[in-house]
Write a protein that binds this ligand. Sequence first.
Ligand code: HEC
Length: 211
Amino acid sequence: MKISKHWMWLLGAAGLSACGAGGNDPGVEYAPNMYHSIPYEPLSQITDKSAGAWVNSTDTEGLGEYYSSNPNNPHGMNMREPVAGTVRRNKGYLPYRIPADSLEYAGQVLVNPLDSTMQDEILADGKELYLTFCEHCHGGKGAGDGLVAEKYPGVANLTTPTYANHTEGKIFHVITHGKGNMQPHGSQISQGDRWKIARYVRESILGEPTN
Ligand code: HEC
């Protein structure tokens, strides 16, 4: 059979318009049960009560199979927002609140919370983290001779007497907030890992304390 050119156009246009998607409407779906979960999804919410009514297989109390909103929550949300003032627990650490300009204070009051019976593991992890985050500036042994320091002089030589009395708290604070030309690393390195680096730097990089 020969289909005229006009019919081809018309069929094509009708075919394409059937696939139209927009907003929350995904358009025609192939094997829709693969996309729509029956339980509530925390991060997707379908508010149209008749959504998927055409595939209703079980008793859905008159609601479409894909309807997934929780009418008991504000805005029908599936996942409640945490209570105002909730603090995210970062593997047991509370947010670090000592301000950037309080280096000396941090050095006096902070105590490394890591379990010292795990010293070997802490130092091994601390070394790996140091080589990842610090070595390119401070150098493998802390002498301020990393590759970046070759181009941008002024990186602290941590093996000199100037830093010999730095406490782990002080190192933690410097890693968190940075200092001078050293940028903060608080958002890149977790608190636990920062304490591991501080332990490693104190034990294996800095000189013997004099007081
Ligand atoms: C981009 C280069 C760079 C990186 C990466 C870097 N530092 Fe620094 N660091 C510096 C510079 C520059 C200084 C000198 C800051 C100043 O006093 O102006 C410094 C200073 C320090 C000091 C001395 C602070 C003081 O009390 O004067 C410590 C301790 C330190 N860094 C530790 C670290 C540790 C640990 C890391 C890895 C987590 C690290 N740094 C990563 C550039 C860097």
